[in-house]
Design a protein around this ligand. Structure first.
Ligand code: ATP
Ligand code: MG
Length: 247
């Protein structure tokens, strides 16, 4: 599809197109397209730009990823389609492992995602070798499999666009969870330690830049109040709506 540069929502249409391509290539499934639609709706409400509260969460996320011993980036079909190069770059900058982890698990789709990430520069990708499969307790069958060398032994897990049940299970396993989620009301957004309420396409780039800058500094993790930051996200949405409603 040809999207004219002058189209007022060109950026959003490009993102949508990437996902459609991901769907056609077998990376994304129908449920992933619907999840994207939910995200887009919230992106409208935040004005399709990175907000102040997102920047605060991004800075805290960069610090945590740099300070932690064993961070892992969990990748699903949507995230792989939307920002493959950024995943690889971020993993390099913060020295994190990459694990393919799918809500709707399928060996074929996992392999498609792995080869797509490799074509985009990834070297090692966890989550595909059954010899290292481990089960997260209290989740049903296919959704519970993680890699012993990756998420299972990680201290911090970045799970962009993740389902609530799985985030809750990761928290019960004692993991610190960072997420990108445009919906501040989703269960994942609510239970994560750091919720970045931003489009993963915009936010990932900023997370990489911030991590590169902060890497050179002596870091101390601040006390971050995710609940307060989420409230700010809702207030900012509310202010946007009021501004538009009364314009
Ligand atoms: P939950 O299970 O956490 O209650 P849910 O069932 O509504 O949420 P899921 O499909 O489980 O939604 O999780 C995907 C999340 O990713 C959704 O909250 C959606 O708004 C969000 N999302 C979709 N696309 C993007 C994007 N491009 N950037 C950031 N977040 C996104
Ligand atoms: Mg869900």
């Amino acid at each position: 599809m040809l999207i004219p540069k002058t189209h007022p929502r060109a950026a959003s249409l490009h993102i949508r197109e990437k996902l459609v391509q991901g769907y056609r290539a077998g990376l994304v499934i129908e449920e992933g397209l619907m999840a994207h639609g939910r995200g887009e709706a919230f992106d409208y409400l935040i004005g399709e730009k990175t907000s102040k509260n997102a920047l605060r969460a991004l800075k805290e996320a960069a610090k945590l990823l740099l300070l932690t011993e064993n961070p892992v980036i969990s990748v699903n079909g949507n995230v792989a389609s939307l920002c493959p190069k950024e995943i690889v770059k971020l993993a390099k900058v913060v020295n994190a492992k990459i694990e393919v982890n799918l809500f709707y698990a399928s060996e074929k789709r996992k392999k498609t995602i792995v080869s797509f990430l490799k074509r985009n520069g990834a070297k090692q990708i966890l989550g595909v070798d059954p010899r290292f499969s481990r089960k997260i307790p209290r989740l049903d069958s296919a959704r519970r499999i993680v890699d012993k060398r990756g998420i299972f032994s990680a201290d911090v897990v970045l799970v962009p666009l993740e389902d609530g049940d799985r985030t809750i299970a990761l928290k019960k396993l004692g993991k610190k969870v960072i997420t990108f989620d445009l919906n501040p009301l989703s269960r994942t957004a609510q239970v994560a330690d750091i919720t970045i309420v931003d489009n993963v396409v915009r936010g990932m780039r900023i997370l990489i830049e911030m991590s590169m800058k902060l890497k050179k500094k002596k870091l101390v993790a601040d006390k971050f109040n995710n609940r307060k930051n989420l409230s700010q996200a809702l207030v900012e949405m509310n202010n946007n709506l009021r501004r538009i409603a009364y314009a």
